[in-house]
Design a protein around this ligand. Structure first.
Ligand SMILES: [Zn+2]
Length: 472
């Protein structure tokens, strides 16, 4: 039996914090609570694990450390670098990717890259205390945020790494519910085109964004996208975003290789000597020209006024406000034209079931999404006919009995989404590598030849053998 108590499930904006009872220990998973008073009844845990540096997961780690100074806190190396909690002796101890570490007797912990954000981890906890009695180990996989899609600065989660883990319990984010999104590259292009059109029509663009993650993704797009690379445009950042950019400079060796190459020749973020010019918002507005693009960090609660300097700049010109589609909090804004855009960094309604079917857990616990989005997932027949699904509220506990033998019903065939690239001489189809984990892939790849055939408006791809032209 595994037991959890959810101090915060992230169903609204309370942040995430889960206490897990495993192998006679109390383990605290993340601490992004806005209000630490809900932890009043908590006894000192045996250890604290932080999945990633988003405020929802890490906001109150420092306060928690002050409350329990002797309890060790662990995270991935990059998460510790991004959090930099301002202590001279390092507050967070780090764990390498993938290596299984016995942090306490009979309790091992293993981290896998989750996609989503640099350093973000999926955490596997294994209770081996039953092994002396020949009981099999009990496992819980904590995956608060994850994404299979590559973003500019973070490679997506490699699903084949998780194949065969079969955790007893999976705690997972259902942020987007069953919503499906177009391919990320298409959405990136849409955003760049929206900004381009605004600038051409004489508007400046204001983007309130989370200071960590989305801000840097948008800046890299402005640096590298053909609509903006080399273009004489001024981009200004508030201090919170600029400080995070400085931290990102420290972790360049962990970025995808294309970005590392790019960084060899020019600055990724702040640099006023190249185009586009990216700089901090100046301290004084009187003499400064109005920047064409401003990124300000999204407020922690709704209805806060815009920074005074931004207000002054906005009085001097026409503006377009662009906000991310998932943003909960808005500034108190003057009336101006607004648009929203999506650059998703979580699994969506098509990839999340794919992850769950790959893991085949006994229990799935959905967190980090509005109750409506989480319910959409729990109502999927594909999921609720196979697994025990839970949607705990903040302030409640959950007992998770583990059956010795669990045979999840066979998994339906999943579909894979890829990209089409049309060149002058041919058409290339690229598909995610997880496809190769299926044993049928080997047969197809050994054949090495495929045949494409129209069926109505669909194009069906099959393997063909050289000797036997029958379809496989
Ligand atoms: Zn996150």
């Amino acid at each position: 039996m595994l037991q959890c108590f959810f101090y915060g499930t992230g169903q609204s904006d309370e942040g995430i914090c889960v206490e897990l009872q495993i192998a006679q220990y109390s383990v605290l998973l993340d601490c992004g609570l806005r209000d630490l008073s809900v932890l009043q009844t908590l006894q000192p845990p045996d250890l604290i694990l932080c999945s990633h540096a988003d405020p929802d997961n890490s906001r109150s780690l420092l306060l928690l450390h002050q409350k329990f100074p002797d309890v060790p806190i662990y995270s991935s190396i990059v998460t510790a670098q991004l959090l930099e909690l301002g202590s001279s002796s390092p507050l967070i101890q780090t764990l390498d990717w993938r290596s299984s570490t016995e942090l306490l007797p009979n309790l091992t912990v293993q981290l896998f890259p989750a996609g989503h954000l640099p350093g973000a981890a999926i955490i596997l906890l294994t209770d081996t205390s039953g092994e002396t009695r020949d009981d099999r180990p009990q496992t819980l996989l904590y995956a608060p945020d994850l994404s299979l899609t590559n973003s500019r600065l973070t490679d997506g989660l490699k699903l084949e790494e998780l194949r065969g883990l079969f955790p007893d319990v999976l705690i997972i984010s259902g942020m987007y519910g069953t919503d499906r999104y177009p391919h990320r590259r298409q959405l990136e292009t849409q955003l760049m085109e929206t900004i381009d059109r605004a600038l051409i029509s004489g508007q400046s663009v204001l983007l309130p964004v989370p200071a960590l993650g989305l801000a840097q993704e948008i800046l890299i797009l402005l640096r590298s996208h053909h609509l903006f690379s080399g273009r004489s445009v001024t981009v200004a950042l508030d201090d919170a975003i600029a400080d995070q950019c400085d931290r990102y400079e420290q972790i360049i060796p962990t970025f995808p290789s294309s970005i590392q190459n790019f960084a060899r020749y020019q600055s990724l973020f702040l640099d006023s000597t190249i185009r586009p010019c990216i700089q901090r918002l100046p301290l004084c507005s009187k003499t400064v020209a109005v920047p064409q693009i401003i990124l300000v960090s999204q407020p922690e609660t709704s209805g806060q006024p815009l920074p005074a300097l931004v207000q002054i700049l906005m009085e001097r010109g026409k503006w377009l406000l662009l906000f991310p589609h998932t943003s909960h909090h808005h500034f108190e804004m003057p009336a101006l034209s607004t648009k929203s855009y999506a650059l998703p960094n979580h699994c969506d309604g098509s990839t999340l079931p794919q992850v769950i079917h790959t893991l085949r857990p006994q229990h799935v616990v959905f967190i980090h999404g509005t109750p409506l989005k989480l319910l959409q997932l729990a109502e999927l027949d594909d999921l609720n006919s196979r697994y025990k699904l839970h949607i705990p509220s903040s302030g409640t506990g959950l007992e998770l009995p583990i059956a010795d033998f669990f045979n999840a019903p066979p998994v339906p065939d999943v579909s894979y989404e890829g990209e089409l690239i049309e060149t002058e001489t041919e058409i290339l189809i690229s598909l995610p590598r997880d496809l190769t984990a299926d044993p049928r892939w080997k047969v197809l790849s050994n054949l090495g030849l495929i045949r494409a055939q129209w069926q109505g408006n669909s194009l069906i791809i099959r393997g063909i053998s050289q000797r036997d032209p029958r379809l496989y």
